[in-house]
Design a binder for this molecule. Structure first.
Ligand code: F6P
Length: 523
């Protein structure tokens, strides 16, 4: 079976959705890539979908599919703060955090954050910051800092997410506790890793004899009372709200660390870029709505063509943390197999997301993308303009990005490979060696071009993925805003911890292997 046209079965129809069959048929019939340039624009980004299946028939079928899912109503609900998270009965109104005219409570909290930064800057306080948080309370800040703080500021930032004691020691080592601000970011203020690490950081301040250790701790949370009971002074608690999901909390005061390390303007710019993408998503017709079109391509790749993963290749060193950020955003949102009403979806939903910055990626896993038996759709992300003075380097980067993409799309036939081998004078071996040089081609891809990497374009890019993921979830009928799967492991870990520490006997309910290792580690 050629990868160019995998012809994998489109499993059961989506429950209650006769339009699904027509969409699958249209997708299969549209198996051509890059025949025409198909480039859309949104919030200053150019998104080239020429490398995805595309045809007028598929456009029509996609629109019908979205209509059957009441896309217009769902989008309005999302953007107006309706209850879109049905299993937890709450809104997912992160767009309200970046609205050009925010509500009074949002504006007030943002101003408090900015004022905190102004005072710290004017007093030239906090040479060191330890940002403690995990998942959505961590990746967005790491991403923004790598994107805009790569030239280093006078502030030194360490991240502490993992419960591994090595991470703790890495974060604290060499830091001066007398000039260190601890930022504890946690929506729930109950996450074990964050609270344990926060406690250790507090003890580190106390052990160093700092005058008022709690004065050096800031909390960003949707549970201000819990943070206050923990000991954080009220004036140093920045709030966000239940209607902001953890993986969307970058848009809240969780970005305080970014504001301190780079500037409040960076945070403001990211908010504006995301708001511009919200507006595009809200107002643009389906055929030119970029998040919608990317979502339809994603559904084709996953549920019709059967690709099990999505590769993200940012051709920008500064976007190294984009991959884990999107991994959480996408996989925590789309890693579901039942519909909102609890029925099995009946076909493949969210793909595994993985990747690495180009050109490192080329020397790591691109061989698999080009000639492996499975392959994966690729999102190439690149900036037209660089922000360094190494013109030759940027041209090399751009050339590599375009070349890899072209090779993945175009492929190389046996005849072409043979001609190449013969031209190289490989004689008798040519016919055998040519097989090794065949590329099936036809790998789906999207090219996202940012004019340059600035806060606005990064904000727009992140909101683009948020909305894309929302539309995919809508089509599959799943809830993208909960994460029950993560909870199960947390509950089991609590039980095992008690057994490891000897508080409880090893339970007979564990499987034999888990029981064995609990006993070994206990000993
Ligand atoms: O991984 C589960 C999760 O709940 C994420 O959704 C969240 O970003 C992370 O844990 C951290 O949660 P919190 O911000 O409440 O500490």
């Amino acid at each position: 079976m050629s990868v160019n046209s995998p012809n994998l079965p489109c499993a059961a129809p989506l429950p209650g959705l006769p339009e699904w069959a027509g969409f699958c048929e249209a997708a299969r019939r549209s198996d051509h890539y890059a025949l025409d340039l198909h480039c859309l624009k949104a919030a200053g980004l150019q998104v080239d979908l020429s490398g995805q299946r595309h045809s007028p028939e598929l456009q029509t079928a996609g629109a019908a599919l979205l209509a059957a899912r009441h896309f217009d109503t769902a989008r309005q609900q999302l953007l107006n703060g309706g209850i879109v998270n049905s299993t937890e009965q709450r809104a997912a109104w992160h767009s309200a955090l970046r609205a050009p005219a925010p509500t009074a409570e949002v504006a007030k909290e943002r101003e408090r954050m900015n004022e905190f930064v102004r005072v710290a800057d004017s007093e030239r306080r906090w040479r060191n910051i330890i940002h403690i948080g995990i998942g959505g309370s961590d990746w967005g800040v790491r991403l923004s800092l790598a994107a805009f703080g790569y030239r280093h500021s006078w502030r030194n930032v360490r991240f502490l997410a993992n419960i591994d004691g090595h991470a703790l020691e890495h974060a604290l080592s060499g830091m001066d506790p007398h000039d260190t601000l601890i930022v504890i970011a946690s929506k729930s203020f109950t996450t074990t890793e964050t609270l344990k690490n926060g406690q250790r950081a507090l003890e580190w301040l106390q052990a160093a004899g700092v005058a008022n250790p709690y004065e050096q701790i800031v909390a960003v949370t949707a549970r201000p009372d819990t943070a206050s009971n923990w000991g954080v002074p009220q004036k140093q608690i920045f709030q966000f709200w239940d209607w902001v999901g953890g993986r969307f909390s970058l848009w809240s005061a969780v970005s305080l660390t970014t504001a301190l390390a780079v500037s409040s303007d960076v945070v403001a710019g990211m908010l504006s870029g995301a708001a511009a993408m919200d507006q595009h998503f809200q107002e643009t017709p389906i055929a030119t709505n970029v998040p919608v079109q990317m979502a339809l391509a994603g559904v084709v790749n996953r549920s019709v063509l059967g690709y099990g993963s999505l590769n993200i290749s940012p051709y920008d060193f500064r976007l190294g943390n984009l991959v884990p950020y999107i991994q959480q955003l996408d996989m925590e949102s789309l890693g579901k197999s039942v519909t909102t009403s609890g029925e099995p979806v009946g076909l493949a939903t969210g793909a595994a997301v993985w990747g690495l910055a180009g050109t490192d990626a080329q020397h790591t896993f691109y061989q698999w993308l080009h000639q492996g038996s499975d392959g994966a759709p690729v999102d190439f992300i690149v900036c037209q303009q660089a922000d360094h003075n190494q013109a030759e380097h940027h041209n090399l980067l751009l050339a590599n990005c375009l070349a890899q993409r072209e090779a993945l799309m175009r492929g190389k036939t046996y005849e072409q490979a043979l001609a190449e081998c013969e031209k190289q004078g490989l004689g008798e071996q040519a016919s055998t060696l040519a097989h090794h040089r065949v590329h099936s081609g036809g790998r789906p891809n999207t090219l996202i071009v940012l004019p340059r990497l600035n806060p606005f374009s990064l904000g727009a890019l992140l909101a683009l993925y948020e909305h894309k993921i929302f539309v995919q979830a809508l089509i599959w009928g799943i809830n993208p805003f909960d994460q029950w799967g993560v909870e199960y492991g947390k509950v089991l870990a609590n039980g095992i911890l008690q057994e490891l520490s000897g508080e409880k006997e090893t339970s007979a309910e564990h499987d034999a292997s888990t029981r064995h290792w609990i006993d070994v580690f206990k000993a």
